[in-house]
Design a protein around this ligand. Structure first.
Ligand code: GLC
Length: 463
């Protein structure tokens, strides 16, 4: 007994010593699973890119940037931090209750969480920061971070902060050059003391994590091969965040490996893994990994047109059908889908984005059961659509309604009890025929939903 007590005491002491040295406390797999549970079940979130860059919306003086991320306009148009600030701050006048609109549209679409840019590469902070005057409170007199967090929670959604570790405003932050970070032409690393910037990064993170109640996600962005991990004092940063927000879920962009290219293709290469100390999920950007990411939590983030921040010239909108198919495709491979909107300067959402979010919402209202709390397909990727599953249920998402009226499912040895259309409230049984290897379902002549009709296949389940 004495020995047990002694060993326990020693263990406790050593854990504390490790923590005090800035190491990240390890977490039991069981605890990690509990912490990740809501995120894994949610499957669908809304991303919001909004900041000062939403004002020029793709145009600086005579230069027009027709496509691609115009939240990078400061870099693309080589605008010095002083000019950027002087030009844009006076024009930044968010309308009242914009945040309620964001939260409402996320909820309408069926998203279970919302992640917004608390600070993008431009360096402008939406929260009330005591460490700079380049923040919402000091410029427009409002704590926009609080407005967004409160509105999101009021809709019953989880809330996350995208926080850029790149900073084009802070005079000491590393820029381009040998660090190969994205930069603003004309800036150099000469005379910069990045250690001071990293203190500032830690300080602002602490403010965000301390002053707004529970924050569910921190979405770091981003590291380069040369500037990553300990360049940001990442272990210490993560320890602090986990200390203040023990339940938080975070991506892995503080720790990209040097060989990782962009856009994160590396994240679904064979053998890819995340050290759980340094993040929980990876973030394939603008891409759906062909077969998911084996053994790793992942989230595809994607734009509706070609830009993250609002771009007045970008009309290359994906169709609502494509967006629903993408959502289903991602979920059928075991991932989450984080779909972006780029509100205009005053915070209002472009009508094209509203229309698309509503269309997804209409589909989710009927078919949400086949998305939330589901797991990856048990039978790969059929040519006609995708599968998702839950204990005792397989969902066949049919994008292309079979001409002959028969859907064939390689059901193997599962024992099917019933098949019905998810859109059918009465759950009337569809005729089925099961052989040793497959199940044939006879479908009605017309697809109930031209985008994707879901057929529920109920089967005997052991646990
Ligand atoms: C990239 C871009 C950025 C965007 C992000 C979203 O890191 O720099 O503009 O916010 O990806 O994934």
């Amino acid at each position: 007994m004495k020995n047990i007590i002694l060993t326990t005491c020693m263990l406790l002491i050593s854990t504390n010593i490790l923590a005090a040295a800035g190491d990240i406390k390890s977490e039991a797999i069981k605890d990690r699973d509990t912490r990740m549970e809501w995120w894994r079940e949610a499957r669908f979130g809304m991303f919001v890119h909004w900041g000062l860059y939403s004002i020029p919306a793709g145009k600086w003086e005579e230069k027009e940037f027709k496509k691609g991320g115009v939240e990078w306009i400061q870099s693309k148009a080589a605008i010095s931090a002083d000019v950027y600030e002087a030009e844009l701050i006076p024009q930044f006048k968010p309308k009242a209750e914009f945040a309620e609109e964001w939260a409402r549209i996320a909820k309408t679409a069926g998203c279970r969480y919302l992640v917004f840019t608390s600070k993008h590469h431009e360096g402008f902070a939406l929260h009330d920061s005591k460490l700079t005057t380049f923040d919402a409170k000091d410029t427009c007199g409002r704590d926009l971070f609080k407005e967004i967090v409160d509105a999101t929670r009021a809709e019953g959604l989880k809330v996350g902060a995208y926080h850029s570790v790149i900073d084009w405003h802070h005079p000491d932050a590393y820029t381009g050059g040998e660090f190969k970070l994205p930069f603003v032409r004309g800036t150099t690393n000469k005379g910069r003391d990045n250690a001071k910037y990293v203190d500032y990064l830690h300080g602002q993170t602490k403010e965000i994590m301390s002053n707004y109640g529970p924050i569910d996600i921190v979405w770091w962005d981003y590291s380069s091969g040369q500037c990553r991990g300990e360049s940001w004092r990442a272990k210490e940063l993560i320890s602090m965040v986990r200390e203040l927000q023990p339940q938080i879920v975070m991506n892995n962009r503080l720790y990209r490996s040097p060989e990782a290219g962009w856009p994160n293709k590396h994240d679904w290469s064979e053998g890819f893994s995340i050290d759980p100390q340094y993040g929980d999920f990876c973030t394939p950007e603008q891409k759906i990994p062909p077969n998911g990411v084996e053994g790793v939590d992942w989230e595809t983030c994607m734009t509706m047109n070609t830009t993250w921040g609002y771009n007045q010239f970008d009309h290359k909108w994906k169709s609502p059908e494509t967006l629903v198919h993408n959502l289903v495709d991602v979920v059928s491979k075991g991932g989450n889908y984080l779909l972006n909107i780029g509100p205009k300067a005053d915070g209002s959402i472009p009508k094209e984005s509203i229309e698309r979010m509503e269309a997804i919402g209409n589909w989710m209202n009927i078919n949400g059961d086949a998305i939330y709390e589901t797991n990856a397909s048990p039978f790969g990727k059929p040519a006609w659509g995708r599968y998702t599953k839950k204990p005792g249920k397989i969902y066949a998402h049919v994008f292309l309604w079979p001409k002959g009226g028969k859907l064939i499912v390689p059901s193997g040895d599962i024992v099917v009890s019933k098949a019905y259309l998810l859109a059918d409230r009465k759950q009337s049984a569809l005729p089925i025929q099961q052989t040793e290897k497959s199940l044939t379902i006879t479908l009605p002549a017309e697809a109930p939903d031209l985008t994707a009709s879901v057929i529920v296949i109920e089967h005997k389940h052991d646990n």
